[in-house]
Design a protein around this ligand. Structure first.
Ligand code: FE
Ligand code: CA
Length: 532
């Protein structure tokens, strides 16, 4: 859990304006600082006893950000049950226990957390003192009612190189677009870790409605909280959260489609948007198994961080939304955009870029996974009818080529061990070699990118044969395109990394089977994808 403090990282706000912004958020910020301090105290003032009518654990349980000695345990109490217990505006004591066996006979750690109304009665208990590289079970108790149990696995000890690590990654789960069957299959694979790369919720309605949420775009804290609660009520999503620890990062739809730093998609005043962003970030924190180090301060939240799995793998978790420059030529598809090449335009922001380079150069890992949002490989889209030249997607790294050039140059120069970029956002499976020069197929491959399709966004999806053929022909470094829904399962060991691109044939009704659309291997040291 390394990274600079959030306060240093207010994105792109000029100093004068920052003062106004910070003053505006001072009440908010102070509240959080006090909460953080209170959470660190060993003993708490008395907490009211509550009596619930039914289980308050309707939103499930989760764990996250595992280390070799612990993880975050998460739950959140049901608002209807809190209202019944006359506790909606009060603190509630929530006990938790961690067991070495699934029957909870060998309890190894217990503790008590306060679920606070200011944080929507969420619980983020950071358990320590566990053994490295093994499974544990955990559960909560509030008002004498036990939660369902979840399972977590700690990371291997520093210096250890386990024979393998199995994880899966996911993104883009528009509730209204379909069922989360893919999560059911993912949980059944019993991965040791699940990584979510963003668009966990959608703030807006579009497309065909399979499951109804609400038509209006989210703006307030209550709006965002209700949306997360709806998504988290899904049994397949709950099963995936209970199956193993998650490492999460966000993309745009957790706040607003294609936003960049303090710039919203639609006309909205800067301060108004930052207030909205603060509400969205708070709801995200409340619903995710994140550590206190990620607790937001107004519209700022520390999400980029690094998690090590012994000396086998490091996950460099990136945030390409909070600090990015506004898209240079719009956020859609456009011909080569020369203003985008200005070197000071950024996706990561200077502080995160320096932190990333530093961690890549000095880390112990044999495999370096960059868990991030938008596609990094250049993809030239052949001209469509009425167009005279190829185009690029400018919300992705293709809209920030100078920073990509710095990163790929750095990977090559520093000989960073086995870089593997994990990506979401575009609701389709892709696999690509990351070239030192995408315009020259003979240039060095400095790493690979695995892009996982959506869980549900976009509805059933299809393998578009003609589009696939055109894209592959124009971009020889791209090895796979599939427009079906799904996720990616990865097994990494000292000698290699295998990725299986799972797909479900439909999401418009429950019960889809799972298939493997393609598999790739990457051998240690030899950058580049091999069909497996
Ligand atoms: Fe998406
Ligand atoms: Ca997105």
């Amino acid at each position: 859990m390394r990274g600079p403090p959030a306060e240093l990282l207010l994105p792109g706000i000029p100093p004068g304006e920052r003062l106004i912004t910070r003053r505006r958020f001072l009440r908010f910020g102070r509240g959080f600082a006090a909460l953080a301090a209170a959470g660190a105290l060993p003993a708490w003032r008395s907490v009211r006893r509550v009596r619930f009518q039914e289980s308050p654990f309707t939103l499930g349980v989760a764990s996250g950000d595992p280390t070799a000695s612990g993880a975050v345990l998460w739950t959140r109490l049901d608002p209807a049950e809190l209202a019944f217990a006359d506790a909606a505006s009060r603190e509630v004591a929530v006990r938790w226990e961690v067991s070495a066996d699934d029957a909870f006979r060998q309890i190894v750690r217990t503790g008590e957390s306060r679920a606070l109304p200011e944080l929507g009665h969420s619980v983020h208990a950071e358990v320590e003192g566990l053994e490295p590289g093994r499974w544990y079970w955990y559960r909560f108790d509030a008002g004498g009612i036990e939660s369902p149990a979840g399972r977590l696995r700690t990371a291997p000890a520093p210096g250890e190189v386990p024979a393998s690590l199995r994880f899966a990654f996911a993104s883009c789960q528009h509730y209204e677009h379909g069922y989360y069957t893919a999560y059911r299959h993912m949980a059944a694979e019993e991965p040791e870790l699940i990584i979510h790369l963003g668009d966990y919720i959608y703030e807006m309605r579009y497309g065909e409605i399979i499951r109804d949420a609400a038509p209006d775009e989210l703006m307030t804290l209550a709006d965002y909280r209700n949306r997360y609660a709806l998504y988290r009520s899904d049994p397949d999503l709950q099963a995936a959260h209970a199956a193993c620890p998650w490492i999460v990062t966000w993309d745009d739809h957790e706040v607003d489609n294609n936003y960049a730093g303090a710039v919203p998609e639609d006309a909205q005043g800067r301060h108004e948007f930052l207030m909205r962003r603060a509400a969205a970030y708070q709801a995200y924190y409340e619903f995710m198994p994140l550590r206190r180090s990620s607790m937001p301060t107004g519209p700022a939240m520390q999400l980029f961080r690094r998690l090590d799995f012994g000396d086998l793998a490091s996950f460099h978790v990136l945030d390409t939304r909070q600090y990015r420059s506004d898209q240079a030529c719009g956020d859609g598809r456009a011909p080569r955009c020369w203003p985008a090449f200005t070197p000071d335009r950024t996706l990561l922001g200077a502080a995160q870029e320096a932190w990333l380079h530093d961690g890549l150069a000095s880390g112990p890992a044999r495999w370096n996974f960059l868990a991030q949002q938008v596609r990094m490989a250049e993809v030239a889209i052949p001209p469509r009818e009425g167009e005279s030249e190829e185009s690029f997607s400018l919300d992705m790294w293709d809209g920030y080529p100078a920073e990509r050039e710095r990163l790929l140059g750095f990977l090559a120069r520093e000989e960073v061990p086995n870089p593997v970029v994990l990506t979401g956002d575009i609701h389709s499976h892709w696999a690509a070699d990351l070239k030192r020069d995408f315009g020259d197929p003979g240039s060095a491959t400095v790493g690979v990118e695995l892009v996982g399709s959506s869980i549900s966004t976009g509805g059933d999806g299809a393998d578009a044969q003609r589009f696939t053929a055109e894209i592959l022909a124009a971009n020889p470094h791209v090895r796979l395109f599939s427009g079906l829904r799904g996720y990616v399962s990865v097994t990494v060991g000292p000698e290699g990394c295998r990725s299986d691109f799972r797909t479900v044939p439909y999401v418009s009704r429950p019960g889809a089977p799972v298939e493997t659309r393609a598999s790739f291997a990457v051998e240690d040291v030899r950058a580049g994808l091999e069909e497996a």
